[in-house]
Design a protein around this ligand. Sequence first.
Ligand code: C2E
Ligand code: MG
Ligand code: MG
Ligand code: MG
Length: 279
Amino acid sequence: QAKTQAGETCYMFDQNLRDKLKQKSVINRHLLSALENRQFVLYYQPQVDIVSGQLVGLEALLRWNHPQEGLIGPNRFIGAVEEAGLMVQLTDWVIREVCRQLAEWKAQGLAVRRTSLNVSNSWFYNRSLIPGLLAVLDEFGLEPDVLEFEITESTAMMEEHYPLLQQIRDIGITVSIDDFGTKYSSLNYLKHFPVNKIKIDRAFITGIGLSPIDEAIIESIAQVASQLGYGLIAEGVETREQADYLVARGCRCIQGYYIARPLPASSIGPMLTPRSSGE
Ligand code: C2E
Ligand code: MG
Ligand code: MG
Ligand code: MG
């Protein structure tokens, strides 16, 4: 009996692995052509100051509009992008597409909001980053302060990136730490790190009202942010209760299904207010 069970488990594992590998190679083969054939699209998720009700920002989130499978989320292909060595190319495309979209909204007379995008560690090894960034911004007639780069804690830990991150900040792009609190318990790196803003991970938000540990972590992150003068936003907020809790702890900026899901650009346009003169 035990043997059969073990055998079954083993078989299932193999089958799973085989399916996974098969799926992976299919994805790998199609990535490059997906880039070339413009099958990637960006969705935008609103970030709202829940006290004032103002839309304060957007996060650009990648989707793959696959010809057979439809819209695929990044969790299913980001790993493959890294493996295929296409992350630099893809991130460059994301930056360009965000700028193009912001310029389009501007041309429609809309006030654009700062838009964040997710930058993975491998992108920082791309040469001529700063000139490239400035060229794209210039091409679309945008100020650097419309952009925000979300980096992970693992990137934030790597001191070799600090000079570059400092330069990115110096030209006026906001740098935030994504999924804050999930990877490293030490806050020591904040001491040296050129960061503007912290995003509290959804993993803690789901614990609000349920887990005193998660609540304690949220409180201490909020305290660190306020004492060090960092911006603060909570992501993955799904309920009114979570939002109220966060506001009471000084975290007014919120991103999550409670406000809105990630949406296509066409649904974001109507949320943007007309640009007042001089803006
Ligand atoms: P992330 O940067 O932490 O983005 C937040 C994720 O949480 C998004 O998933 C978003 O759709 C989801 N989310 C937002 N609000 C809620 C909520 O209230 N409840 C729940 N359950 N989920 C919520 P998504 O779009 O599937 O992206 C997953 C991850 O993929 C992102 O996590 C980010 O790390 C990565 N990613 C997305 N776009 C890019 C990209 O352009 N480049 C890179 N390198 N990574 C990307
Ligand atoms: Mg993010
Ligand atoms: Mg995040
Ligand atoms: Mg996350």
